[in-house]
Each structure stands twice: as structure tokens, then as C-alpha cells.
Design a protein around this ligand. Structure first.
Ligand SMILES: [Zn+2]
Length: 318
């Protein structure tokens, strides 16, 4: 099934010009490119049409082969899609982040039911043996026979304000562009600082360093971004405000401003997105789903519980 993005009613926004995007893409060493995407997939997944591909090539975007056999790097094209505001899978996903945050924050608290699904991408049948899930606020649950595990999560929607230096950290992070990077430079804080390109994985240690330098009490948290329809792994920071640790993620807020149109007047970078963040009890990246002893990609659906509905009951943990 070919899926077209975005769905009706969703508008993507351009943030940069093709020349600016190619200039940044060229900061990534070419030896790290995979060149696995042809023109058909570039259009279908990333919204890059033939004339834009020509323009990007003229500007120096790396490719391999020629004519109909020419291929591009998928990470390059995903970055193109995000920064040129193309109707793409990338934009569709990010739009869900902003929409969920704005939606859940209308109520006094945000209530979710997460369903961890037995969907190992490597095994058939997927239902064989056991799944071990890491669920908020940081415990392990094992299911057998392909059974999913449901867990209710409730998050506050209003938070105490951050100390003043947090605004300086937000301003500092505006120098960075949200940028998919290949391994190993995706975890190379030296590359990230020198080139001002970062994904979520490196934004958290960057923000931590900047907060520490300003005397803020900060820590890194690993957990789930609770987004409809799918929750995903995320790293963010928390600042201690009096006795409360409050989620602080100026880079995420900036991404939502730049690329999804979340209004910075109601959602400044110093407003906590804690309503959509659920810690897994750690500051380290850990496997969220383990199938028969091997790590597999998490498949977690997110449903919102409306105001007035009774508190959802999760599956019994084992
Ligand atoms: Zn498996």
C-alpha cells in the first residue's frame, strides 16, 4: 500500500532554502552515506520530486550512479524533507508530536493508555516465546504468546516556571538545526558542536552541559514521547525547580516551532513539554522491547483518555 503524506489538512512549512540544506548535508563525510533511495522512493517517502532532485544535484547533493539508476542517501533526503517543509513521512511524524502536545495540554492532566505490542520485525511468527517490555515509570513486564501489554500513564499539564538561566540555554540551542546524522557521528558531541547539527540523542547532553555551565541543577532522562498514534523513544532533560524535576526540552520545542508551526507565543521554548514525556526511570538509552532475548524495535500505540472517562486499568504486570 502506498501512503501519501501528509493527510488532508496538514501543512508543512519550509524553514530553509535548498542551498542551505545542501551546504549542511555536505558537512557529513560522504563515506557515511548509504545511497539506498531512488527517485521513486524520494518522492513517495520524502516528497522530493524530480525537479527538486535536479536542483539539489546541481547544488552538490551527493548521489551515486546516473540517470534512472541514480540513488541518494535516505538520511540526506529526510533532512531535505524536514527543512524544506515537504509533504513527507518525516513531517507527518513531527506534526503528530506538536498536535498531541497541544491537544493534551487543554486539560488539567494528560491521560494515556499505551499498548506495547509483540511486533518483532525480525521474527516470524512474531508471537513466539516471550516479550520483555520496559514500561513507565521504569519497570519490566514479560508477556507470552504475543500478548500485548497495556499500561495507563497520567502526566501533569502545568509545571512550575524554570529559573531564569533556562532561557539562555534555549537561546543557545537556536544555533542548532535538527538533523538526522549517520552513525557514528550521530553520537559524536564534537561533530555536533562544531557543525551545529543535532538529533534528539545529542541535544540532551548538549543541554545538560549548557545548563551545568549556568549553575542549573539538571539531569538527562530517557523514556517515551507519548504521541498519538505511536509513542517513541526520546532523550530529554529535567531541571530541578524547588523539589520537583521538570522536563526541559528547548530543542524539541524549537523543532516544533520551526517545522510544525506550533505557536511560540503560547508554547515558548521555556514551557515544559512534560505532558507528553514519560520517563523509563533512567538517563541512559536502554532496550524497550526484548523478544526472546534479543532487542527489537518498540511498537507502542498511544491512545488518549478523555476527560470524565474513568481511570483506565492496565494489564497486570508479571
Ligand atoms: Zn524477535
Amino acid at each position: 500500500v502506498k501512503v501519501r503524506f501528509p493527510p488532508p489538512g496538514v501543512s508543512a512549512r519550509p524553514f530553509a532554502t535548498p542551498a542551505e540544506v545542501v551546504e549542511r548535508a555536505l558537512r557529513v563525510p560522504s563515506s557515511l552515506r548509504a545511497f539506498g533511495v531512488d527517485a521513486e522512493k524520494a518522492l513517495r517517502v520524502c516528497g522530493v520530486d524530480a525537479s527538486l532532485l535536479e536542483e539539489l544535484l546541481d547544488l552538490g547533493l551527493p548521489s551515486r550512479g546516473a540517470g534512472a539508476r541514480r540513488t541518494f542517501d535516505g538520511i540526506d533526503l529526510a533532512n531535505v524533507a524536514v527543512h524544506l517543509g515537504l509533504p513527507s513521512l518525516q513531517h507527518h511524524v513531527m506534526d503528530g508530536w506538536g498536535r498531541t502536545l497541544a491537544t493534551v495540554s487543554r486539560g488539567p492532566s494528560a491521560r494515556y493508555v499505551l499498548e506495547y505490542r509483540a511486533r518483532c520485525e525480525r521474527c516470524l511468527p512474531r508471537t513466539s516465546g516471550s516479550y520483555r517490555f520496559l514500561v513507565p515509570p521504569g519497570r519490566h513486564v514479560t508477556t507470552q504468546g504475543g500478548r500485548p501489554h497495556r499500561v495507563p500513564v497520567e502526566r501533569p499539564t502545568s509545571w512550575p516556571p524554570f529559573p531564569a538561566p533556562a532561557a539562555d540555554v534555549s537561546a543557545h540551542m537556536e544555533r542548532y538545526w535538527f538533523w538526522g546524522l549517520p552513525a557514528p557521528i550521530n553520537l559524536d558531541i564534537g561533530f555536533v558542536r562544531a557543525n551545529r547539527l543535532a538529533g534528539c540523542r545529542m541535544a540532551a547532553p548538549l543541554v545538560e552541559e549548557e545548563c551545568t555551565a549556568r549553575g542549573l541543577d539538571v539531569r538527562v532522562r530517557y523514556g517515551l514521547m507519548l504521541v498519538v498514534p505511536f509513542a517513541g523513544a526520546h532523550l530529554w532533560n529535567e531541571l530541578r525547580v524547588d523539589e520537583t524535576w521538570v522536563a526541559f526540552d528547548p530543542f524539541l520545542m524549537q523543532i516544533l516551532h520551526r517545522h510544525t508551526g506550533l505557536d511560540p507565543r503560547t508554547w515558548p521554548a521555556t514551557r515544559s513539554p512534560g505532558a507528553i514525556l514519560a520517563s523509563l526511570g533512567t538517563g541512559r538509552v536502554l532496550p524497550i522491547t526484548i523478544h526472546n532475548g534479543h532487542e527489537s524495535r518498540p511498537s507502542i500505540t498511544t491512545k488518549l483518555v478523555a476527560d470524565g472517562e474513568p481511570a483506565p486499568i492496565g494489564d497486570k504486570a508479571t
